[in-house]
Design a protein around this ligand. Structure first.
Ligand code: NAP
Ligand code: 12T
Length: 351
């Protein structure tokens, strides 16, 4: 029997993603009976409002999950690794925004427009992909369905909010300092735990997350590996370059892709995209219509434009893809997963 309302916990409720989770749950009128807001000790006791009511944030502990039906995690990988097993023990279905479990076999990695049915195999945790991966696969899936997909080369133009509220504050402080003729201090970006820090204000930093032995960053490898898993294309040829820009919210991507089948035109590709779930096509060069961060932020969709055929390869295409990294890239995709779990009756089996 399907329950009408669910006991929901948000872990990392005070963070950049957690705040958008609360907003999204509110906007979607998610069927909540009891809401538990969790954070670290630092924010415990803080008040947050939800649907006009005031909630007190509590420190996340294993016991916080007693009686909870579904938990949305965005408090970092180490928190997920420590608390998700505890939550599962207590019968909770967890949607995890961190990279802790994404590539684990047996953990569905889900973007509902692409692979909703993978949810059916969950064992208590569903991983929400990386923000840059999500907006790319939403745009590529309609192409794969129609023409197959052989190869992807992507370069990203990523916003600072992807790295959390501390990074956003750092960019704002640096910008103010520089405009006032003072020197900018850098302590967070490109990666808070790495050896060196660089100014993001008025800069472009070609490092997101830590470097791997193969010369790619972890963010780039997340895009590569997660795309293959979500699209069920283990042999896809794919490379990524991830760059941070001084933009608060909204990731942009320049994507080159090659279809498996020949014969598609740019008009065909645009027609597929205009019919695709979760995609808004904004492509009218004569009227200078194309996706931009300023028009995409705050909206749930993935915006696609600048679609054109490659000049040398008939099966090659270029596109520009923009989305709100905190919404479709994180909070909205997680809430959408939770909605799909209810729709497919997949919350009950843990109880
Ligand atoms: P943020 O703004 O820095 O917020 C971090 C949140 O985690 C805060 O609510 C913080 O609580 C909480 N937290 C930190 N340590 C904790 C602990 N030991 N126990 C419980 N809660 C703890 O970061 P954010 O941008 O929201 O990102 C949070 C995480 O989400 C990231 O680390 C990343 O793993 C994931 N993420 C995923 C995507 C994606 O692509 N899908 C995008 C961005 C982030 P306090 O207020 O108490 O400090
Ligand atoms: N380091 O979910 O810094 O794996 O923008 C998302 C965003 C990790 C993740 C970022 C990151 C993730 C960032």
């Amino acid at each position: 029997m399907t329950k009408q309302n669910y006991q929901v916990a948000v872990v990392g409720a005070t963070g950049a993603v957690g705040q958008q989770m609360l907003k999204t749950l509110e906007e979607r009128q998610f069927p909540i009976s009891t809401l538990t807001l969790l954070s670290s000790k630092r924010s415990a006791g803080k008040s947050l409002s939800f649907q006009g009511k005031t909630y007190t944030v509590e420190e996340a502990t294993p016991e916080s999950f007693e009686g909870v039906d579904i938990a949305l995690f965005s408090a970092g990988g180490s928190v997920s690794k420590a608390l998700i097993p505890e939550a599962i023990k207590r019968g909770v279905v967890c949607v995890d925004n961190t990279s802790a479990f994404r590539m684990d076999e047996g953990v569905p990695l889900v973007v509902p427009e692409v692979n909703e049915n993978d949810l059916r195999n969950h064992k208590g945790v569903i991983a929400n992909p990386n923000c840059s991966t999500i907006q790319m696969v939403v745009a590529l899936e309609p192409i794969r369905q129609a023409y197959g997909l052989n190869k992807v080369v992507v370069s990203t133009y990523q916003a600072v909010s992807g790295a959390g509220l501390d990074a956003v504050e750092e960019m704002e402080e640096q910008t103010k300092a520089i405009l006032a003729g003072e020197t900018a201090e850098a302590n967070v970006l490109p990666v808070s735990g790495d050896k060196k820090h660089y100014q993001i204000a008025f800069n472009a930093i070609p490092q997101i997350d830590v470097f791997q032995d193969n010369g790619f960053t972890y963010e780039e490898m997340k895009m590569i590996n997660e795309t293959k898993k979500i699209m069920h294309l283990p042999n896809l040829e794919i490379a990524a370059t991830c760059v941070r820009l001084p933009i608060e919210t909204g990731h942009s991507e320049s994507i080159y892709f090659e279809t498996e089948q020949a014969g598609a035109t740019a008009a065909d590709v645009k027609a597929r995209l205009s019919d695709a779930a979760g995609v808004t096509l904004q492509d009218d060069p004569t009227n200078q219509v194309y996706p931009m961060v300023t028009t995409a932020v705050g909206k749930p969709d993935v915006f696609v434009g600048r679609v054109r055929q490659d000049l040398d390869r008939a099966n090659g295409f270029h596109a520009w893809v923009v989305s709100d990294n905190l919404l479709k890239g994180a909070a909205w995709n997680s809430v959408q997963i939770a909605e799909s779990l209810i729709k497919l009756n997949l919350l009950e089996k843990q109880a």
